[in-house]
Design a binder for this molecule. Sequence first.
Ligand SMILES: [Mg+2]
Length: 394
Amino acid sequence: MAMPTIKHIRAFTVRGGGADYHDQGGGHWIDDHIATPMSRYPEYRQSRQSFGINVLGTLVVEVEASDGTVGFAVTTGGEIGAYIVEKHLARFVEGQLVTDIEKIWDQMYFSTLYYGRKGVVINTISGVDLALWDLLAKVRGEPVHQLLGGAVREELQFYATGARPDLAKEMGFIGGKMPLHHGPAEGEAGLRKNLEMIADMRNRVGDDFWLMLDCWMSLDVNYATRLATAAHAYGLKWIEEALPPDDYWGYAELKRNVPRGMLVTTGEHEATRWGFRLLLEQQCADIIQPDVGWCGGMTELIKISALADAHNVMVVPHGSSVYSYHFVITRHNSPFAEFLMMAPKADKVVPMFNPLLLDEPVPVNGRIKVSELQAPGFGVRLNPECKLNRPYER
Ligand SMILES: [Mg+2]
């Protein structure tokens, strides 16, 4: 088979949901007084959008091959990401064989090292990388999970992230992860309210359902330790992203401090094999949670996952919809997956990147069968109703 080359790469922005899932309208659980590192400022406590959590918006990367096949991917990156793709990364992509994924990743990463390494640059590299995987799989006429070595189980099982684990239980999920609402700046009263929420939810879901807490980088070691210790009585399964991501030493201490049996998880804002190496070698977490659209893409996730496997650490990617589904189904050290409840009241299942993608699979009874992941590539299409903007056309 003569392998096509990549003829063109294009970058678009789009607003309103999509890969930037924080870009939601008012009244959504995801923007309702969730504890963050900015919660120390009362004026930024009620809404994450107030401090700019949705300023980036969604980035769509499209790659077109010489045989006319088009691959694409979506991530968080918006106009800055579009600039980086069109002005910088395009040179490493256009003209290459569609199989040249490893070389392209290497050139994208090392050419941006002087201003990249983490954050929006790596989000952008992730978007290009995922578009390349989508393209290669479409050229081969196979789903991405087959290119990754094939499924190791028949179905994915999901826990749900959102404000209503009790409803997630009714919908067939294996667990529910709630956002923490009050940070250390809200003192003892805030801590009490946090614990009351966990106790109340444990009452509603009964003993056997997994309950987890997502702290979105909002705590310090002492507060997180007190919270975890007190929440043990309510069977909290894990405490997630308790500390800012640069505090590797704090995570290592927290992991030593939490009650026996409770898991420490983190990594959704970590990137690349080198970032995760720090988490793994310092024994910061029991589960790492790379976001496939932010950690460096599929090419990098393969390496992160292998490193984690050798450290006996599970890899349960953060969100990332089809980009994580195709990976998780191929790995024994990824035994379940996350589903973000994007309905404003977390009371029904809607596609995670709604409304941007068509054919985006959703869990039914908390599960997605591998038979639903058989379309070529990542198996999704862009919704033509979503208006794409190409700010840096070449
Ligand atoms: Mg999280």
